[in-house]
Ligand binder design. Structure first.
Ligand SMILES: Cc1ncc(COP(=O)(O)O)c(C=O)c1O
Length: 428
């Protein structure tokens, strides 16, 4: 031990360092070089909690230093002093650009979970109204719905959109949603990319059904579409603001590769009025003015009223701008194509193995960056452990019926997928 410690402490001759290359967004090797990911591992779970690229790390470090040097003035100058200087506005602008929406349609959260909770807790439901959702949602979505129903005296119902995810049919899923909506259904809650099966739901088509059913409804009873969008956001080349949903919650610490503890809600401008704020905001002058003047806030709820206050880890929140810039530089379409190609390689490799049951559809139109499967004779967590022993990072899905999950992102290369497939092949 003493020797090891002495060795670790001994000064080492500095290895000659290659001059850092400028970032070349069209070159996947250059993209990967922006991450500190250990090169001896195949990181096929980077979607779970992003490793941040250089510009994001540098922005976090820059803000952190400024806070450490003079926290009061740095916060006051950038958060409170002059409205136009507020850095959170730049985050909303970057998020709006990425979603194809407007800055005033964006609320800033700390995660997908927080966004879902703020929406459901705030949607004013009348007793007797119901929330319709699916059996494919992850825990924070179901739990937000359950808590909201308890609070508002509403009810909720879960329907399956498919029995076999491998043979997922978008048309059948949409037809099931249409058939399940009842006169007292006020909210439909779905997930864009299901994290237990990898199915990608066509949100625009769900929205079209809801629009059709809303034709004869009053605004107060209009069906609202809420989307847990986290595993499509940063993967699919689609403008969230044009998909037709009312609210879309996504963490930006997964596929957007942003700082940990960051996320957004995009909401249709005319839908925010249905949401009652849960947490006092520091981004809405009107709510603070109202408090000072001892009156209720004037006007309908705006997105900024939903952005939770209390001080945040602003070095993270503000550095999210750099994450949006990074993925924009590479290009949303190129990212989508790369992710579909790499995950296609995973699926095709697994589909050829007789001892593997693949759950994710092969069709890239109804899948994205998540591939789930089971290996005959092994529990998912045992497969994950064996992969880890072989320096492949996979995950076991945290659902009632868990599966093994592999996920390739823009940090990956085909040879890493070959390595993962080789280990799984050896389990036959
Ligand atoms: C479908 C889905 N929704 C929400 C979450 C939670 O996201 P967050 O950590 O941003 O709250 C996850 C986690 O991976 C997920 O798979």
């Amino acid at each position: 031990m003493a020797n090891a410690a002495a060795q670790a402490a001994a000064p080492q001759a500095a290895a000659p360092q290659a001059a850092p290359q400028p970032f070349a967004p069209h070159d996947w090797k250059s993209v990967r070089a922006q991450f500190l990911l250990r090169p001896d591992y195949a990181h096929l779970s980077n979607f779970f909690f992003a490793s941040n690229p250089t510009p994001v790390r540098e922005a976090i470090a820059k803000y952190r230093k400024a806070f450490d040097e003079n926290p009061y003035n740095f916060l006051d100058d950038n958060m409170f002093e002059r409205d136009q200087d507020m850095l959170w506005r730049q985050v909303c602008a970057a998020a709006a650009e990425y979603t194809g929406g407007q800055p005033h349609e964006i609320a800033l959260t700390s995660s997908t979970t927080m966004g879902l909770a703020l929406i459901y807790n705030g949607l004013r439901l009348k007793p007797g109204q119901e929330i319709l959702t699916t059996t494919h949602e992850f825990y924070p979505h179901h739990e937000s719905i359950r808590l909201a129903c308890d609070k508002w005296g509403a009810s909720w119902r879960k329907i399956p959109l498919y029995e076999s995810s491998l043979n997922f049919s978008a048309d059948k899923a949409i037809a099931r949603i249409r058939a399940a909506i009842r006169p007292h259904t006020r909210v439909v809650g779905v997930t864009w990319v299901h994290s237990n099966t990898g199915v990608r739901l066509p949100i625009a088509e769900v929205a079209a059904v809801i629009k059709d059913l809303n034709r004869n409804r009053d605004e107060a009873d209009r069906i609202l579409l809420v989307v847990d969008g986290v595993h499509g956001f940063g993967v699919a080349d689609e403008d969230v603001a044009k998909m037709g949903c009312d609210f879309f919650s996504a963490g930006t610490h997964k596929w957007i590769l942003g700082p940990h503890g960051t996320g957004i809600i995009w909401g249709k401008a005319e839908s925010w009025k249905h949401v009652q704020p849960t947490i006092p905001s520091l981004m809405a002058p009107e709510t603070e003015d109202a408090w000072r003047q001892e009156r209720p806030p004037h006007g309908p709820t705006e997105a900024a009223w939903i952005s939770p206050g209390g001080f945040f880890a602003y070095e993270h929140q503000w550095a999210t701008v750099e994450a949006f810039r990074f993925v924009r530089q590479i290009g949303r379409k190129r990212i989508q194509d790369r992710i579909l190609e790499l995950n296609g390689q995973i699926k095709e490799g697994l589909a050829r193995m007789k001892h593997v049951t693949l759950h994710t559809p092969l069709d890239p139109a109804v899948s994205a960056g998540i591939v789930t499967f089971d290996v005959q004779g092994y529990k998912p967590k045992d497969v994950v452990r064996i992969l880890r022993d072989n320096r492949v990072v996979a995950s076991a899905t945290p659902y009632a019926v868990p599966h093994v999950r592999l996920s390739a992102g823009i940090v990956n290369f085909p040879k890493e997928i070959d390595k993962a497939l080789k280990v799984i092949r050896s389990l036959a």
